[in-house]
Design a protein around this ligand. Structure first.
Ligand code: ATP
Ligand code: MG
Length: 468
């Protein structure tokens, strides 16, 4: 091939380099076609490399024009060769004047599901194999990519080690019973035989499941090689059909030795701001699109987040504010209850109108591994709450005192012997340490303004839904 193949994202740049005579090859999928009476056609071509389409002018004198132009309906894949030129029309700066075209694969207009008109997000979820071809889901894929990259660069720049924690595990980090079981036992046969399950016959010789968090294993590395993070898929069988929960989501979990709760909060705040800044820099067009089509206050709210200090507030203070707010919440607030999304959103959208980090939560609503405060009532937990979503990060300083941890496990109904290795970290050379977990899809939600978390991951897994 003598001519250079270009993604559309690079084409505008080419023309600015002043190489008007170079023949350029582009490939992609037809978004729209407009045929003119004067025997030529305009094709809007998209290849997913950027939000913008490239306008291709197809002159009538092209060999095979009459046949090919009929085939160029929405969804058809095609390659064009031609010269770039400044566009005469309104709305785009450059166009390609085609001198060659090859239809690669047709898309029958009678059945191709993505026609020109907009589709509902519900409809597109059922067409998850085609939705990345739409503006919204192309943009979502690019933003998600930029966020993932920013997550790595934030930690790599700070010398954190990326550790891979297991997907299949025998320990339930949150102790909340939301584990998807992993087994090779033949359940149908077992049920038919009426016999009790014997896990010693199972693959691992004991019950196992998909991880709900890599934190416990990350703590092993934090207390040996130093600052580290794990970033991977996480599974929770929560039967809650909300716009903020998935059964499979990605979580990044940094874990730092010698960090106390305040250090943890400072890192979490810089992390969220860093990700937003990076995406603003790399995906400006995509964010402008989300601002125009999805959430009109998106850019304003993102700018607000990066330019102010997050509010830091104890859980107890938050409860007082909520009780005095005069709002009628669906779930009434009193000290000791877990805050609901409606409360978190009241604080971040109305009361403070910016992110809030709540800390020192009641011990009875938090996990066993969080460090107990001296008041006997609260633990060193912290949640980062943001407008439109509520909790985006959950974290804590970890309990590093062996005996306190054992007592707490017993109180939570956990068997210390199941966590023998976790306890040994406290027995041999224990150190104060902290960490947190940020949900990737909730971050995508925050940065794109998309209302439903199912539209923030390529293939959402939710109750009764695991297609694709
Ligand atoms: P929530 O109270 O909102 O259910 P959580 O307290 O159970 O969340 P953590 O265990 O603290 O969540 O997990 C850390 C982060 O992981 C959360 O702040 C959130 O961003 C994300 N997360 C947790 N559960 C889910 C889920 N089911 N789907 C998507 N993201 C989730
Ligand atoms: Mg949490």
């Amino acid at each position: 091939m003598t001519d250079s193949l270009y993604p559309i994202a690079k084409v505008a740049h080419l023309l600015s380099l002043g190489q008007p005579d170079e023949l350029v090859l582009v490939r992609g999928w037809v978004r729209t076609k407009r045929e003119s009476k004067q025997d030529f056609a305009f094709i809007e071509l998209n290849d997913g490399s950027c939000l913008a389409n490239l306008q291709v002018v197809v002159p009538g004198e092209l060999p095979g024009y009459a046949t090919s132009i009929k085939e160029l309906s929405t969804g058809t894949s095609v390659s064009f060769k031609g010269k770039l030129q400044a566009s005469q029309g309104k709305g785009q700066r450059i166009e390609l004047l085609a001198s060659e075209l090859h239809v690669l694969g047709t898309a029958d207009p009678a059945t191709y599901p993505l026609q020109k008109k907009g589709h509902s997000f519900e409809f597109l979820r059922e067409k998850a194999h085609l939705r990345p071809r739409t503006n919204t889901f192309g943009a979502m894929a690019r933003v998600r990519n930029a966020i993932s990259f920013a997550i790595h660069s934030f930690f790599q720049e700070r010398g954190f080690l990326y550790v891979h924690t297991p997907i299949i595990t025998g320990s339930d980090c949150e102790g909340a019973g939301q584990i998807f079981q992993v087994t090779t036992l033949d359940l149908a046969r077992l049920a038919a035989s009426g016999r009790a399950v014997d896990y010693s016959q199972d693959f691992f010789g004991k019950p196992a499941g998909l991880t709900v968090s890599g934190q416990l294993e990350a703590e092993i590395f934090a207390t040996s090689v130093g600052d580290c993070y794990t970033f991977g898929p996480t599974f929770r069988a929560e039967n809650s059909n909300t716009t903020r929960h998935l059964a499979e989501f990605w979580m990044v979990e940094p874990e730092m030795p010698f960090y106390e709760l305040a250090d943890n909060m400072t890192l979490a705040e810089s992390f969220v701001k860093y990700i937003i800044r990076q995406v603003m820099e790399k995906c400006g067009d995509d964010l402008a699109f989300f601002n125009e089509r999805i959430e009109p206050k998106l850019l304003e709210s993102l700018n607000n987040i990066i330019s102010h200090n997050f509010i830091r507030l104890s859980y107890t203070e938050a409860v007082e504010i909520l009780q005095k707010s005069g709002q009628s919440f669906q779930f009434p607030v009193e000290w000791g209850v877990d805050l609901q999304s409606e409360h978190e959103r009241f604080l971040t959208e109305q009361h403070f109108a910016q992110p809030v980090i709540l800390y020192d939560y009641p011990r009875q609503i938090k996990s066993f591994y969080m460090r107990a405060n001296d008041d006997g009532k609260t633990v060193r937990a912290m949640d980062v709450l943001v407008p439109r979503i509520g909790e985006i990060i959950g974290g804590s300083q970890r309990e590093e005192r062996h005996d306190v941890l054992v007592a707490r496990m017993q109180e939570c109904g956990l068997k210390p012997e199941d966590y023998w290795w976790y306890l040994e970290l406290r027995k041999y050379g224990t150190v104060p340490h902290s960490g947190f977990g940020l949900g990737l899809e909730r971050t995508v939600q925050l940065i794109t303004g998309m209302v439903n978390i199912r539209d923030c991951i390529p293939f959402p897994r939710t109750p009764k839904s695991a297609e694709f």
